[in-house]
Design a binder for this molecule. Sequence first.
Ligand code: RFL
Ligand code: PHB
Length: 389
Amino acid sequence: MRTKVVIIGGGPSGLLLSKLLSLEGIDNIVLEKQSREYVIGRVRAGVLENGTIEMLRLAGVSDRLEKEGFQHNGIFLSFRNHGFRIDLKGLTDKNVTVYGQTEITKDLYDSIEKENGIIINNAKDVLPHEINSKNPFVTFKKDGLEKKITCDFIAGCDGYYGISRSIIPKEVINTYERVYPFGWLGILSETPPVSEELIYANHGNGFALASMRNKNLSRYYIQTKLEDNIDNWSDIKFWEELKKRLPSNVADTIITGPSIEKSIAPLRSFVCEPMSWKKLYLVGDAAHIVPPTGAKGLNLAVSDVYYLYNAMKNFYLLDTTDDLKMYSTRALSRVWKSIRFSWWMTTTFHKFPEQSSFDQRIQDSELEYLENSIASQTVLSENYVGLPF
Ligand code: RFL
Ligand code: PHB
């Protein structure tokens, strides 16, 4: 088999790249190790920047998003048992959209399949070869049979634990990492959200976040110990702890119910430089990870796709490699700004194990400053709604 671009990983970045390339007539094949149901079932991101929406529109997969997504013009921050609002729209003239990653992935799958794009699910032992040659190829197993696809380029869209990054020789790569000493316990429950806008809470017991998917589907998170286990968290215990961490006037109005999903995610900042090597281009979580506090992971994956899609388009349609050569530099410049913002949100809102009363006072004064300074609120808003591509 031969194609122009083999895309390893059928998460949001791989699927979006595939759809955009196909619209330009650039053949590609997506190799995804999991089943379609598994990929769509993963509950993850919920907050989309306008740039992300633009890209989904360009890919022709925004119809449902535009009908069912919720426009949010602000967010609430809380500390010392009271909340204040950041007017994202008033400060930046932009807003964010709440629409689940699961829905985006489903829309992309449906659209690619409708247009006869090729996604090979349950592709096992995927391995890129001869990246440095004119004809790189990828091998994999499907239903026990060995397969090989020769191509011009390989896009590594296979997430943090994927195979693609590990193909780049160690001496070429630099990695930068911060592992946070806590995780997020998240639940999904079929209850009305406690607030029309998201609430990010700093509390002595740890961070909490009140988010949502729709009018009868809430998503809540609390900071937990890294080594914690979901078996230690009955629904009752979760709701009790969440209520403690939100301002009491909000906590009093929470409608609780059984969780329909519950999981713990570790928090990490990670960047791999460069994001490309020879004919291999890393995209999204394969190249970088942010803690979810700034709601940036999926949005960053989409801005990587923007740079790579344009570079590949210019290669095939205008016969220039200039933008491919610049891919890593352009993508990294935006990546680092989101890494910084997500690190700042994480450090400002979470309780660290070794946190002293001095550190707590610094966090309080940071939040007090934010509450009273339009300049500080503008900095946060500009980053939260998304920096330009
Ligand atoms: P993904 O989604 O991890 O997809 C990678 C795909 O590659 C497949 N794969 C392989 N396929 C073939 N061969 C191999 N060897 C393979 N190895 C892996 C995997 O099965 C998978 O299908 O990466 P991608 O596409 O780069 O997308 C990144 C986003 O998923 C991620 O950044 C976001 O979910 C992060 N994130 C958030 N981002 C936001 O922008 N806004 C948010 O509000 C937000 N909230 C979150 C989040 C992530 C969270 N968790 C669980 C980490 C909230 C949470 C709790
Ligand atoms: C979510 O709804 O899953 C969500 C929202 C905002 C974040 C992280 C996750 O910062």
